[in-house]
Design a binder for this molecule. Structure first.
Ligand SMILES: Cc1ncc(COP(=O)(O)OP(=O)(O)O)c(N)n1
Ligand SMILES: Cc1nc(C(=O)O)sc1CCOP(=O)(O)O
Length: 446
């Protein structure tokens, strides 16, 4: 059964916060999103340039239209903008039974007010008592509770005030702006406190409040208990901040898609590399080109998600010579390669689209053939590696790949090195994906 979640909020033309963030979040959880737009903002990552409020009647009609036909399993509010809209929303949602998450949006990250001064009273009197959960940040919680919040204990007191004095069923005070070593959110619900902790991650924060409350709403719509919905939302938002796209010149937006993109991309990489590996094993005479240390064949997640070893798939235990054949020791796994992973992550800093690589034993003959076929070849000389890089564990390959790319000031198909004391000479083939790497390999050795 498809679940439906409604967002009653403003539109952010920059696509980072508001209705746009909410819909992307609902989608990420497989929930059908419904909207009642309260206000249209001309906004980007730096500023809010204009606000145009929708008439309260039309806001109410949007809610009624979707509830009465499609049905709503859970709803949330975001930017409500003015007292008249607040009153219309309160009067309308009161008629229905769905759980309501209230993100008490007051000020945009860029500093622009999104709630009129004279609307605060209406928000407290009309909307908060209808809330299943209120999700204020530090300054919003201070405004609602009327107390200063300096640390975790104050956050708990404020959450309790919002529930016991203002009439919400639950309140979660978000700790992103509390000066703590972790991002700790404090939930007060059913007369109990609960803490949700996550490491502070560097990334993109525009739309965090909207996406967090939308994630809770989506999970309530799916029938999760409130505490569980909050736990999932915390994990979702931490991931969204970490993998935020660096767009715009101000506060870059949360990546709501990371939640579904990463598992989907992992599957695509796994399948594509697995298929290419099967084809690789059927290539005659490849064993003649396998180095003593073994071969590997790797494929990284798209650039936005390729940050570390765990984001690159390779062959566990490498591919080794086995009589006059080659054989993978294990199968495709993320985190299974070290050397080629260091090479591809460096390569992707220059050419993000190049995500796959394979290594062969160096041969002068192959290099000559590559050049004659029009493949771009470059190299690095391990003897030229600066001492300070040599001293750093794992520094040689990134330095070598960077040196090789800068040497030709172009995108190489092949990078080789002639080895050093205890290091076998090696040839690396690069390509956008494993099929392209295979094609280049076949051109070379067949
Ligand atoms: C239309 C609209 N709604 C809400 C906001 C608030 O978003 P933001 O500034 O990113 O603050 P958090 O959501 O992160 O608390 C907005 N800017 N625009
Ligand atoms: C051992 C080794 N050295 C290489 C080099 O380019 O110098 S390629 C290679 C084999 C692949 O290693 P992995 O499985 O750690 O990616």
């Amino acid at each position: 059964m498809i679940r439906k979640a409604l967002t009653i909020a403003g539109s952010d033309s920059g696509g980072g916060a508001g209705i746009e963030a909410d819909l992307k979040t609902f989608s990420a959880f497989g929930v059908h999103g419904l909207v009642a737009i309260t206000s249209v903002t001309a906004q980007n990552t730096q500023e809010v340039r204009a606000i145009y409020d929708i008439s309260p009647e039309v806001v109410a009609k949007q809610i009624e239209a979707v509830v009465e036909d499609i049905g709503v399993d859970a709803a949330k509010t975001g930017m409500l903008s003015n007292a008249k809209i607040i009153k219309a929303v309160a009067k309308t949602v009161k008629k229905y039974e769905f759980p309501l998450v209230v993100d008490p949006v007051m000020i945009a990250k860029s500093g622009a007010p999104l709630l009129r001064e004279d609307a605060m009273e209406a928000l407290i009197e009309k909307i908060i008592p209808l809330a299943t959960l209120v999700t204020p940040n530090k300054s919003e919680a201070e405004k609602l509770s009327g107390m200063k919040i300096e640390g975790l204990e104050d956050a708990k007191k404020a959450a309790k005030i919002i529930v016991e004095e203002l009439g919400a069923k639950g309140a979660i005070v978000k700790g992103g702006h509390l000066s703590l070593s972790e991002a700790v959110d404090v939930l007060y619900f059913n007369e109990k406190f609960r803490e949700y902790r996550a490491p502070f991650v560097k990334g993109c924060t525009h739309g965090t409040g909207c996406s967090f409350s939308a994630a809770i709403t989506a999970n309530l719509a799916k029938g999760k208990k409130l505490e569980e919905a909050v736990r999932i939302a915390k994990e979702f938002i931490t991931m969204g901040i970490y993998y935020g796209p660096r767009i715009g010149h101000g506060h870059c937006p949360v990546n709501q898609n990371a939640w579904i993109d990463i598992p989907a991309e992992k599957w695509r990489v796994y399948e594509s590399l697995g298929n290419a590996l099967k084809e690789l094993m059927s290539i005659d005479n490849l064993y003649e080109h396998a180095p003593e240390v073994g071969m590997n064949f790797i494929y990284a997640l798209p650039k936005l998600y390729a940050r570390s070893k765990e984001d690159v798939a390779g062959v566990k235990g490498r591919i080794v010579k086995f009589g006059n054949k080659i054989k993978p020791v294990g199968w495709v796994e993320f985190g299974a390669s070290d050397h080629l992973t260091r090479a591809i992550l460096t390569f992707m800093e220059f050419f993000p689209e190049v995500r796959s690589a394979l290594n062969l034993k160096y041969s002068e003959e192959l290099i000559k053939k590559a050049s004659s076929l029009g493949l771009k070849v470059s190299f690095y000389d391990r003897r030229e590696e600066p001492e300070e890089i040599k001293a750093k564990e794992g520094g040689t390959i990134p330095w070598g790949v960077k040196t090789a790319i800068e040497r030709i000031n172009d995108k190489p198909d092949i990078i080789y090195h002639l080895g050093d004391w205890g290091k076998e000479p090696m040839l690396l083939i690069f390509g956008e994906n494993p099929e392209i790497v295979l094609r280049k390999l076949k051109m070379l050795i067949e």
